[in-house]
Design a protein around this ligand. Structure first.
Ligand code: SF4
Length: 333
């Protein structure tokens, strides 16, 4: 399929999110549906956000939203206008222990994948900042380095997914995303500019070992991230098929539940050991999968599910007439 691009309307730009489970946010804004980075492991196309839109996507020329992931992008250009409306009327603000009232851009697409999404993202951050909201950017794109004037502030943190620094392997795993060495350079620039930063060492492929993690964490510490998230590749939905189709033979090593669990547990031990040796144990934040229940001690899982990060946020000033709704989330999967 040749790439299909367009725009789409959205009714509610600001969605409550369950990603407080990972210590990421309480709200999410997705500036588009689809993602041109087309990462082979991405499980967004298997989520309801895409699965419930099959008919709509078909009308727009996308016949197989799962296998054609990476070949379509519909940007929500009206997000700034809708967000301003929404925030000006919003009476409450959700703030859980682990989500901290943060708004994440984005969970189902990349906010800085091209100029069009970057421009929507930039204005969305400006609006959120005007309403004193905490903002988390998560991207594999490089264009955020043009937005330091908006991003370099105390209640905005920028993170890049950087599972490794192997550009050649990345061309197979994340075929249309900028090479990891370029992402690393962008992080160094952000660090020099004084931006608050974090890194998602995610998702790591099954052939990475203790030495790989040590070398990688050593490099990452040069950008002085506040937190380093980690998770391995999780085989979910159609991503196993897409990884095999991309010639990633290692995918077969994590296609069954038992092999995936084995790999997860091994890399979890290794990244913790590597972080200890590299002196960044306090910044490491594990993203365990609730599917590990029964294979990993409950206490080990509970430690990380709904765990707040070590990041420091400024107090969340609420707009006039807006109430904060705090939710003490019990630790559960
Ligand atoms: S950048 Fe993120 S949303 Fe886009 S394909 Fe990759 S993992 Fe999926």
């Amino acid at each position: 399929m040749s790439t299909v691009k367009g725009t789409e309307k959205i009714v509610n730009p600001l969605q409550e999110s369950a990603l407080n489970k990972k210590g990421l946010c309480d709200y999410v804004i997705n500036v588009a549906s689809g993602c041109l980075h087309g990462c082979s492991f991405c499980y967004v196309p298997s989520t309801p956000a895409i699965r419930t839109k099959q008919a709509q996507l078909l009308r727009k020329g996308v016949s197989n939203p799962q296998m054609d992931w990476g070949q379509y992008l519909f940007v929500r250009e009206d997000i700034p206008e809708q967000l301003e409306k929404k925030l000006s009327r919003k009476k409450t603000w959700r703030e859980t222990d682990a989500g901290r009232g943060v708004v994440l851009l984005c969970s189902g697409t990349d906010p800085y994948q091209n100029k069009q999404t970057a421009s929507v993202t930039r204005v969305a951050v400006e609006i959120l900042s005007k309403y004193n909201k905490r903002v988390r950017i998560l991207t594999r794109g490089l264009l955020w380095v043009n937005d330091f004037d908006v991003l370099n502030q105390s209640n905005v943190i920028v993170g890049m997914s950087l599972p490794h620094l192997d550009d050649e392997l990345s061309r197979k795993i994340e075929p249309q995303a900028p090479p990891p060495t370029k992402r690393y350079q962008a992080l160094l620039k952000g660090s020099q500019a004084g931006c608050r930063l974090y890194v998602a060492v995610a998702p790591t492929h099954p052939t990475m070992n203790l030495d790989d993690f040590k070398r990688h964490l050593e490099k990452i510490m040069h950008v002085n991230p506040e937190v380093i998230f980690w998770e391995p590749i999780n085989a979910r939905g159609t991503n196993g098929k897409r990884m095999i189709a991309a010639g990633l033979n290692f995918a077969s090593a994590i296609m069954t539940k038992s092999s995936w669990v084995k790999c997860f547990i091994r890399q979890w031990e290794q990244i913790e050991l590597a972080a200890k040796e590299m002196g960044c144990e306090d910044r490491l934040h594990i993203w365990p999968d609730p599917e590990l229940r029964g294979y990993v001690e409950d206490a080990k899982l509970e430690k990380w599910l709904y765990q707040p990060t070590v990041e420091k946020w400024e107090s969340l000033a609420t707009s006039q007439g807006q109430k904060k709704t705090t939710q003490a989330i019990s630790k559960k999967s």
